[in-house]
Design a protein around this ligand. Structure first.
Ligand code: ATP
Ligand code: FE2
Length: 330
């Protein structure tokens, strides 16, 4: 069975084609780089509307298949920006109806975890999913992917990007901050973990205040990373202890950061757990993860009725039954 997946929850448009053995047949994507400021939902939607029709034939051509060979159309149903999701859902419906193929909408966050497992061979990990729009610690328990910890306000990627924009480092801020942090030293910034959740907005404000005071940008970048990543690692560590799992997986666009990888890896090793990270092209938003999760969902639940394919803007990771994982422990 061959699935074509369409992704577009935020600023990246992605189309992926996979078969039910997990072979990636085609993959095409286009990132939106806003001229200034953050991501405007309407601009993201226009970007998807412009690129989805171009990326579909590109992925199909790369896969070396014809449209007839596609057995399933998958799309990211949420969570994400409303106008962006609407374009994705409408495109998927149009494609499914015109090709007369079944359709399925899937949860974007679970897509990250499942493609990570497929790519790395991890079986039942505690996952740290960190991106521009999401920051969650996810692990399978009692039939669903549960959120063991999450951000109380903004996502870590958003925190880094916002700092980058306000201080003139450009967008996205994450990679530039990582580079500058290499020559910085530590200054005190607020570390906020409440229960099992983390918060980045106070940290961002404090970092911006340091910038206004004239503190060296390298020192702020270094301390911003150390503080934010330590918060993420602490919550992942507590989820690992609680669930008694023996695998840790990092996914999402912020996985590009080598310091975060190093810190998470160290924590995993200290607990006798294995550390995994998918190839970078599968870490950020992509159509392949949507196509793959579509296949997993379809195998269990069959296709969706077209009337159930509306978007779910605040689609929670723990709303989806996951019957394909049988064991509580790996
Ligand atoms: P989602 O829809 O899952 O929220 P997204 O639209 O934010 O995803 P991703 O590609 O998953 O897209 O992640 C982009 C984020 O990753 C940006 O916030 C960017 O700053 C961050 N990022 C990229 N490279 C690095 C890096 N080297 N260090 C830290 N952050 C990084
Ligand atoms: Fe994502």
């Amino acid at each position: 069975m061959i699935s074509l997946g369409i992704e577009g929850t935020a600023e990246k448009t992605g189309v992926g084609i996979v078969d039910d053995e997990g072979n990636i047949l085609g993959m095409a994507g286009k990132q939106l780089f806003p001229e200034k400021g953050g991501i405007h939902p309407r601009i993201a939607a226009e970007h998807h509307a412009n690129w989805i029709p171009q990326l579909i034939p590109q992925a199909v051509e790369e896969a070396g298949i014809s449209y007839d060979d596609i057995d399933l159309i998958s799309f990211s149903q949420g969570p994400g920006l409303g106008p962006a999701l609407r374009i994705v859902a409408t495109s998927a419906r149009t494609l499914a109806l015109s090709l007369n193929k079944p359709i399925i909408g899937v949860n974007h966050c679970i897509g990250h975890v499942e493609i990570g497992k497929l790519d790395t061979g991890a079986v039942n990990p505690v996952s740290l999913y960190v991106s521009g729009g999401n920051s969650q610690v996810i692990a399978f328990e009692s039939g669903r992917y549960r959120i063991f910890g999450e951000t109380l306000d903004i996502a870590i990627g958003n925190c880094l990007d916002h700092f980058g924009r306000e201080t003139g480092l450009g967008h996205p801020g994450g990679p530039v901050i990582e580079k500058l942090a290499k020559s910085g030293s530590y200054i005190d910034l607020p570390y906020v973990v409440k229960g099992m959740d983390f918060s980045f907005s106070g940290l961002l404000s404090a970092a911006l205040r340091e910038h206004e005071k004239g503190t060296a940008i390298e020192d702020i970048c270094y301390s911003l990373q150390e503080t934010a990543f330590a918060m993420l690692v602490e919550v992942t560590e507590r989820a690992l202890s609680h669930t008694q799992k023996d695998e840790v997986m990092l996914c999402g666009g912020v996985s590009a950061n080598t310091r975060l990888r190093e810190m998470l890896n160290t924590m995993a090793v200290e607990h006798g757990a294995k550390f995994y990270m998918p190839q970078m092209k599968l870490c950020g938003d992509n159509g392949v993860m949507i196509a793959w999760l579509g296949l997993l969902m379809h195998k269990q639940f069959g296709p969706m009725d077209i009337k159930d394919t509306g978007i779910i803007q605040r689609f929670r990771t723990d709303e989806v039954d996951i019957p394909w994982i049988k064991n509580e422990k790996s």
